[in-house]
Design a protein around this ligand. Structure first.
Ligand code: HEM
Length: 483
């Protein structure tokens, strides 16, 4: 009995303290914003988490509250007071974030996993500078050199499919991780280094959205340990590059090559490692999810699949014709055999060789461009529609860096403001019959800020060319070879 009284007393004390704590911490200005803050301490975290993992996803959490409170509402989720908003106007404001109005709002676990130098934690000039450094290796031109690696990897994967049970998510995950590992640091697609890399990455990735409890046995603890091991691996790779034993023209190579230049262009090892991990995390899960959704949507929409297949069959015939013709020309140039006795002939031949080399370089450039552009051109609509329907990053979170107003409500410096992108992507005013998968809706240009598959403004996805390239090559081999 006495124990019972103690327990009841303790619960009452905790609840009272929680109410008091929330009353003290609750920003009074938020009273004007409609919405509920849920239970003390817990807020609306449980419904947020449970709806996040439901088939409807976070959309159902936001949609219910939008119907009850309107476009702007407040909530208290995972220890944070938050304002949610949606619509083109709000997205324009939050994503362009003029004059340092907002910064990216990374949650605590994400901050610890990615590290203090991550692009996701940079703002203002530091952010701009880092973006400049990573932009070049991730541009279409910078990615050309990975075309053959990605293409061979896809062909090999699809060759193996008939012999094993295929789980698309797993296949897509392996594919995208091998691509990004190669793009960043020339990791071979098989072997011990690839295995270790994959092992560490998977643990880090699953700790990214875990509770921040650094106690042995928790996902966060395991993730931080795996991060240390991944960084040791990166240290070894960076050391090999620096002492000239392993020179590669990859993402890491491009960062290291800047070391002789101005301070503005240099990154410390810690900055390099945090940002390599950032690209791995940001680039792997998103592209894997996009590929998996794409296969699902195509499987359910035979008309879209047939159209895509027809287009790709045409691309295939053109590509095979184009590349064999060109390469046979390259391999059968007979000029060098004629270099003999007379000097004039030698000079003429040297000139001819120079011309041929120039032609070959132009041809190789043309083939690589042609391969990429043909595929990218035809798939843009399917990729966009997949990203619209699946909305892989369902909401973008920002922290107010100054006071401003959104949809008539005052937002104070320091508040967390979240943009609901799913509602923007399913707005029936912009996308008729929004739940239908219909790539042709991207035939005509859309109004700005109504499609945010890769975001917009200064934080727009820097990896979108790589993602599109991977997805396009994957689709090409998938639809040409499988029903
Ligand atoms: C289909 C695949 C992808 C999708 C749907 C996607 C989507 C996005 C979106 C919507 C944002 C902006 C988020 C915001 O404004 O809060 C973003 C940012 C970012 N993405 Fe991607 N992404 C994809 C692939 C990639 C790849 C392959 C990479 C790396 C190679 C990458 C690296 C990043 C990085 C580093 C940022 C942060 C940029 C910054 O803060 O300046 N993403 N991505």
């Amino acid at each position: 009995m006495a124990l019972m009284i103690w327990i009841v007393g303790l619960v009452m004390v905790i609840v009272t303290l929680a109410f008091l704590l929330r009353a003290v911490a609750f920003p009074k200005e938020m009273e004007a914003i409609p919405g509920s803050l849920g239970w003390p301490l817990i807020g609306e975290s449980f419904s947020f988490i449970s709806e996040f993992s439901s088939p409807a996803g976070i959309f159902s959490f936001m949609n219910k509250r939008q119907q009850r409170y309107g476009k702007v509402f407040k909530s208290y989720v995972l220890g944070r007071y938050m304002v949610f908003t949606t619509g083109r106007e709000a997205s324009k404001m939050l994503l362009t974030g003029k004059d340092g109005m907002v910064s990216l709002n990374l949650f605590y676990t994400g901050q610890k996993v990615l590290g203090p130098n991550s692009l996701l934690q940079m703002n203002g000039e530091d952010h701009k500078r880092l973006r400049r450094l990573i932009a070049e290796p991730l541009s279409i031109d910078g990615l050309k050199k990975y075309f053959h690696f990605i293409n061979d990897l896809a062909m090999q994967m699809f060759d193996e499919w008939p012999a094993r049970k295929v789980l698309v998510l797993e296949e897509a995950s392996t594919f995208t991780l091998k691509v990004i590992g190669n793009m960043i640091m020339s990791l071979e697609p098989t072997g011990e280094e690839q295995e270790k890399f994959r092992e560490y990455f998977k643990i880090i990735s699953s700790s990214f959205a875990s509770l921040p409890l650094k106690i042995p046995g928790t996902a966060f603890y395991r993730g931080m340990k795996a991060r240390d091991r991944m960084f040791q691996m990166l240290d070894r790779i960076i050391a090999r590059r620096r002492n000239g034993r392993d020179l590669q023209q990859d993402f890491l190579g491009s960062l290291i090559s800047k070391e002789g230049s101005e301070d503005d262009e240099k990154l410390t090892d810690a900055q390099m490692k945090d940002n390599i991990l950032t690209l791995l995390i940001a680039g792997h899960d998103t592209t894997t999810a996009a590929l998996t959704w794409l296969v699902k949507f195509l499987g359910e929409n035979l008309a879209a699949l047939d159209k895509l297949r027809d287009e790709h069959m045409e691309i295939r015939s053109k590509r095979e014709f184009g590349s064999s013709l060109t390469w046979s020309q390259v391999n059968n140039m007979p000029y060098t055999a004629k270099v003999r006795i007379i000097i004039i002939i030698i000079i003429i031949i040297i000139i001819i060789i120079i011309i041929i080399i120039i032609i070959i370089i132009i041809l190789i450039y043309y083939i690589m461009n042609r391969n990429m552009q043909l595929i990218l051109f035809f798939d843009v609509q399917v990729v966009s529609e997949t990203l619209r329907r699946a909305t892989i990053l369902p909401w973008y979170s920002r922290k107010a860096a100054q006071d401003f107003e959104i949809n008539g409500y005052s937002i104070k410096k320091g508040w967390s403001v979240n943009l609901d992108v799913v509602s923007i992507h399913h707005d029936p005013q912009v996308f008729a019959d929004p739940h239908k998968f219909d790539p042709s809706r991207f035939d005509d240009p859309l109004r700005s800020f109504s499609f945010l598959g890769f975001g917009n403004g200064p934080r727009m996805c820097p990896g979108m060319n790589l993602a599109k390239l991977e997805i396009s090559i994957f689709i090409h081999h998938l639809v040409c070879r499988y029903k």
